[in-house]
Write a protein that binds this ligand. Structure first.
Ligand code: NAG
Ligand code: NAG
Ligand code: NAG
Length: 442
């Protein structure tokens, strides 16, 4: 006992704290051509990243830590096949993706932010009226399912929970740059106004936004993200005799009162698909971190979001337009993002091909392949997207590389479709104070 008290005296100024990370994040992929019959649940055979994510025997994600989650799902249809996939929370339909082209591989994806209680589950299923073959091989992973716990219910500050996720449950027709009025409110904590179609930032900070949509048959989808009156980026799609899917992402620094919204391209006839049980067209956003004026605060150095404002061909994608780059960890001369700190990061990437060309980009973690996007369409511009959670060690790099040097990415100063964004997930810690030596001695 004497020895014990000696040790306690020696360390009498130290409060022993054990930290247990509360992160829940995963990306699963499919490395085989997967045939799905009517209403069958998608299964994923490759664990890209798994941090404390639980799945049931059917492959549904099961929530163990209640909170706000983001889910992202992407796929690529095999030739002559169509993707028609739905995301369910328990037995309730939430949103869908659809893709078909008569002469190629169709890409589609969607994102949603949703609150889950303990034991709520999220599953991805094929639509009941269709069968489909999804494209996949070990080095061509397009079919992915990503989930991230954004804010556990136990998170300390209510203001961290600023999040919205909305969809369109009716067709939207625009001729004059109208704002999309999303009316299917999946989640809205104090952020999105369905009467104006606009999100208003309640406080200064770094926010992420995702938007996706599906064009009507043979029609155009051309949606643009605006920050106050300024153009940020766009999603474009048109498929002859088909429905075109497109989406995009941006991470922006906003001031309190700033507005972010999605509108149709001015002067173009845009026809977007939506019905109550076919929600392809969505808009979601969340506060990643409140602004801190302390440059030592790691929270202020955790994200980047960049795009192409000029056409690009070549191997490593080098994005020239910087929407945000806190801490300068994205290098605009190499195209590489380098993690300043170890942690869990989430990446999103989107591309549009030049007319009659192909986009085919792979996400790399150092020199390890993660997953891909693909778009090709005869005589058209083709879109592709994907996402991944990656557990990084400080100094690791993440970048996008073309599969072929002939891949041709579209970009002009007011048409930015090709983007690459990433952020470090907040680390929520349960601090277990084991003991205060002073008190023990006393
Ligand atoms: C993911 O990790 C959890 C433990 O953190 C484990 O229980 C689960 O089986 C893993 N799931 C997969 C698909 O690897
Ligand atoms: C969640 O499921 C587990 C295992 O099935 C069960 O032990 C637990 O009580 C459930 N929790 C709630 C809140 O239903
Ligand atoms: C897929 O469904 C279509 C019609 O829905 C049917 O004609 C076709 O035979 C099915 N294919 C398979 C392999 O089941």
């Amino acid at each position: 006992m004497k020895g014990g008290s000696f040790i306690l005296t020696l360390f009498s100024n130290i409060v022993l704290v054990l930290c247990q990370s509360d992160n829940v994040a995963f990306t699963l992929g499919q490395t085989n051509h997967l045939y799905l019959s009517h209403g069958e649940q998608l299964t994923y055979n490759k664990v890209v990243t798994n941090l404390s994510a639980h799945f049931d025997s059917a492959g549904s994600f099961v929530c163990r830590k209640p909170g706000l989650f983001a889910f992202h799902f992407f796929s690529l249809a095999h030739t002559q096949s169509k993707i028609w996939i739905e995301l369910y929370k328990n037995t309730n339909y939430v949103c869908s993706i659809y893709g078909y082209t008569s002469h190629g591989f169709a890409d589609a994806g969607n994102s949603v932010m949703i609150h889950l209680n303990e034991n709520d589950s999220i599953s991805i299923k094929s639509h009941a009226s269709t069968n489909t073959t999804l494209f996949g091989t070990a080095d061509e992973i397009y079919t992915t399912f990503t989930g991230v716990l954004l804010k556990p219910d136990t998170a300390e500050y209510a203001y961290k929970k600023v999040t919205f996720s909305v969809g369109l449950d009716h067709h939207f027709h625009a001729t004059n740059g109208e704002t999309v009025m999303y009316n299917d409110i999946i989640l809205n904590s104090n952020a999105y106004n369905p009467l104006t179609g606009r999100f208003t930032a309640p406080l200064d900070g770094t926010y992420i936004f995702h938007y996706h949509g599906l064009a009507q048959n043979n029609q155009l989808i051309w949606l643009e993200l605006y920050h106050n009156g300024d153009y940020v980026n766009a999603a474009y799609g048109h498929t002859v005799s088909g429905f075109a899917d497109a989406g995009n992402t941006a991470i922006l620094h906003l001031h309190a009162g700033d507005q972010v919204y999605v509108k149709a391209r001015n002067g173009r006839v845009v026809d977007v698909f939506g019905t109550p049980n076919e929600v392809y067209t969505t808009f979601s956003g969340t506060l990643l971190a409140p602004l801190t004026h302390d440059s030592d605060d790691s929270q202020s150095e955790m994200s980047f979001s960049v795009g192409l404002s000029r056409h690009f061909s070549g191997m490593t994608l080098i994005f020239d337009r910087v929407f945000s780059n806190r801490g300068g960890r994205y290098n605009p001369s190499t195209g590489h993002f380098t993690a300043k700190e170890s942690g869990v990061y989430v990446f999103h990437f989107h591309a549009l091909s030049r007319s009659d060309a192909k986009v085919w980009a792979d996400l790399y973690h150092n020199y390890h392949y993660i997953d891909s996007l693909y778009g090709r369409s005869n005589g058209e511009f083709a879109a592709g997207s994907n996402a991944a959670v990656i557990d990084l060690v400080a100094g690791d790099t993440v970048f996008l590389k073309s599969r072929q040097s002939t891949n041709s990415y579209f970009g002009t100063p007011d048409e930015v479709y090709c983007t690459f964004s990433g952020y470090k997930l907040d680390t929520f810690k349960e601090e277990l104070v084991i003991g205060n030596p002073e008190e023990i001695i006393g």
